[in-house]
Structures are given as structure tokens and as C-alpha cells.
Design a protein around this ligand. Structure first.
Ligand SMILES: NC(=O)c1ccc[n+]([C@@H]2O[C@H](COP(=O)([O-])OP(=O)(O)OC[C@H]3O[C@@H](n4cnc5c(N)ncnc54)[C@H](O)[C@@H]3O)[C@@H](O)[C@H]2O)c1
Length: 343
């Protein structure tokens, strides 16, 4: 098996590259990433494995995508590359349409065209719980049968890419499954997202801005549980436990409000509660997400293994103990990485 991971320098991508190399199941793991502000090659700088190759390029470049699949004889793809931050999609949706929708189109068309030439490729398309929209306080968690109802521009572009994948699977027989996961936390996440932002601000004595009343609920999963689920999905597609076009949800059954999370971070970092500052809510902010993941348990024998209490402690420690990483992503120093590494 020869694996292409798109977006492998990002948060979940970098954990998935490690998980794939660690599994010992792949002859080659190729990471295609164009290094947007959130793609950081420092996330993988310690990897010294002849099976690993990084290619700096965009999934929107169809020539590059086709060449990579052909030359590296790729048999499996985990497609993570995307613009991923809701707030940025509210500012401008154009990059989201380009990477999330059109980038996915390029990958699908590349697979379709190369399969005509005899290549066989299986793909996991990585989507999100956000495509299901918002739940009321008493609603049951989302299942794979919940209708898609995206409520913000980011979620709309992810839902559109999911639909494209389903349509290519149905129309051209592309062997692809769609995974939808709840909110990830863990090391290496760009500090615009809740956990790293609040941790670093708490440690540095800066304000802790909370949207609205802070009562928005998310189901939090450790990133390594998600990455393991992505690999299990790929293997499930190969061994027939999953059929092309299927959707599979991942979650942790661990619902928490944003305010609870910030309060825990304050406690664990011995910060001052007075740092909390309530700010105007995000427009169109979904109130609650919760994921049902019975199908992943039954079909893939997958379940989350890292309890929140341990995961969040280790995550906070990681951000505190890696000031160089924090500095490099904040200053954009990693953008000089190519220069330093490739001259
Ligand atoms: N973070 C979460 O909680 C979460 C939950 C469920 C699903 N997801 C999905 O998982 C995927 C990864 O999310 P993340 O949190 O790791 O995001 P991230 O922003 O940390 O990483 C995205 C990566 O994709 C790369 N990228 C973006 N556009 C590209 C393009 N056109 N060509 C090549 N590379 C490109 C970036 O450089 C970056 O390395 C996304 O598809 C996201 O929708 C994320």
C-alpha cells in the first residue's frame, strides 16, 4: 500500500502521517501540502524515515496531483487538505471554495482519469460534524443518517465536497468513503483554535475571549483517536467492511461547553479567572454538536481511547513545553523552512 496524505503538515494531517508510518502497513507515505498559514513542516521535522516524502504543492494543481499519484504509484489517499477555520470563512469564503470544493474536485477527477489507465485507488475523504448543522439541548446525537444542513460558510464548503465525493462514487465507481469527526484537540494545532489559543493566553496572562455566553457545546476528541479512525476507515474500505460512498462518524461522547473548557484550562495553568472576557458571538454560531459513532464501533471496531482528563492535561503540557513551536507558528518563521531545508 502506498499512501498519499493531503494536508499532512496541518494539525490532524501531521498526526495522521505519524500514525500511518507507525502502522508499518505502507511502503510509502507521501504528504502533499501547499503550506498555508496553518500548514507547518516543523510538525514533522523529526521524521527520519525513508518511506516518507513531503511534496510542497497544492491539491488545486491537477498536473501535480496526477503526476504524484502516477509516479509514486499511490494506491490509497487520505484527503485532509482544507481551509479549516470557521471564523476565516466568515471573513472570506473564496479560499474555502478553492481548496475545499475545487481541490476535492481535482483529486476526484485525477482518480477517475487514472483509474481509466488501470490505477486502483481507495480514498478517505475527511469531513466534519459541522456539515450536520446545530442540535437543540435535548436532541439525540448526529448519526450518519442525519440530513446534511451546514450553517456556516466553512461547513457549506465541506458539505459540498462530501456531495462531490458521493456523486463520484456513485457515477464513476470511485472507491471513497466520507468520515465526519467532532472537534479535535491535541498538540500541533494552530493557536487560533480554542484549546491552544486559551492555553497560551492563560499562560501569558492575556485576555481569554469567549464568544457570546460561552455555552456552545462541542464533542471533544483527541486528535490521535481521530487519526487512528481515518486509517481504520481506509483498511475498512480495502477489506470490504465499508462500501464506497458510505459515511462514517467519529466522536468521543464527551460534550463540553466552551466555558467549561476555558475554566479547566484556567485551573490547570493556575491563571486568573478575571482574564475571561465575553465578546460578541460569532455570527451564525452553531449551538451544539454531538456525534453518534455506533457505526464506527460496529464496523471498524474503533472507539476513542484517550479520556479527556488525560488528553487535555497532556495537551496543555505540550503547548507549555514547546515554546519554540509556538514562536515559529506565531512569527510565521516556519515559512522560511523551505529555504532552510532545501536551500
Ligand atoms: N480540526 C478539527 O477539529 C476537525 C474536525 C473534523 C474534521 N476536520 C477536517 O480535517 C481536515 C484537517 O483539519 P485540521 O484541523 O488539521 O486543519 P489545518 O488547518 O491544521 O490543516 C490543513 C492543512 O491543509 C493544507 N492545505 C490547505 N489548502 C491546501 C491546498 N489547496 N493544497 C494543499 N494543502 C492545503 C494546509 O497547508 C494545512 O497543512 C480538514 O479537512 C477539516 O475540515 C477538522
Amino acid at each position: 500500500m502506498r499512501l498519499l496524505i493531503t494536508g499532512g503538515c496541518g494539525f490532524i494531517g501531521s498526526h495522521t502521517v505519524r500514525e500511518a508510518l507507525g502502522s508499518g502497513k505502507f511502503q510509502k507515505v507521501v504528504n502533499l501540502d501547499c503550506l498555508t498559514y496553518s500548514g507547518n513542516p516543523e510538525n514533522l521535522k523529526d521524521i527520519d524515515d525513508g518511506k516518507y516524502r513531503f511534496i510542497h504543492g497544492s491539491i488545486n494543481d491537477s498536473k501535480l496531483v496526477q503526476e504524484t499519484i502516477r509516479e509514486e504509484e499511490i494506491s490509497h489517499i487520505i484527503h485532509l487538505a482544507a481551509e479549516s477555520h470557521v471564523d476565516r470563512s466568515i471573513d472570506s469564503v473564496e479560499p474555502f471554495i478553492r481548496s475545499n470544493i475545487d481541490g476535492t474536485r481535482v483529486i476526484l477527477e485525477s482518480i477517475r482519469d487514472l483509474e481509466k489507465l488501470g490505477h486502483e485507488i481507495s480514498m478517505v475523504h475527511v469531513s466534519t460534524d459541522e456539515v450536520y448543522g446545530s442540535l437543540g439541548p435535548e436532541d439525540l446525537p448526529f448519526t450518519e443518517e442525519t440530513p446534511v444542513c451546514p450553517m456556516n460558510p466553512y461547513a457549506a464548503t465541506k458539505a459540498a465536497s462530501d456531495m462531490l465525493v458521493q456523486s463520484f462514487s456513485n457515477t464513476y465507481g470511485i472507491k471513497a468513503v466520507i468520515t465526519r469527526c467532532s472537534n479535535n484537540y491535541g498538540p500541533n494545532q494552530f493557536p487560533e483554535k480554542l484549546v491552544p489559543l486559551m492555553t497560551l493566553n492563560a499562560v501569558e496572562g492575556k485576555k481569554l475571549p469567549i464568544y457570546g455566553d460561552g455555552m456552545q457545546i462541542r464533542d471533544w476528541i483527541h486528535v490521535s483517536d481521530h487519526s487512528r479512525g481515518l486509517l481504520e476507515s481506509l483498511f475498512g474500505l480495502s477489506d470490504g467492511s465499508l462500501t464506497p460512498g458510505e459515511v462514517i462518524n467519529f466522536g468521543a461522547n464527551d460534550e463540553r461547553t466552551n466555558l467549561e473548557i476555558v475554566s479547566e484550562i484556567i485551573e490547570m495553568t493556575d491563571a486568573d479567572k478575571g482574564l475571561i472576557e465575553y465578546v460578541s458571538d460569532r455570527p451564525g454560531h452553531d449551538r451544539r454538536y454531538a456525534m453518534g459513532f455506533e457505526k464506527a464501533k460496529l464496523t471498524l471496531d474503533w472507539e476513542p481511547l484517550i479520556p479527556w482528563e488525560k488528553g487535555i492535561r497532556d495537551t496543555i503540557d505540550w503547548y507549555i513545553n514547546n515554546p519554540e513551536w509556538v514562536e515559529s507558528v506565531r512569527t510565521g518563521d516556519y515559512l522560511n523552512w523551505l529555504e532552510r531545508h532545501y536551500g
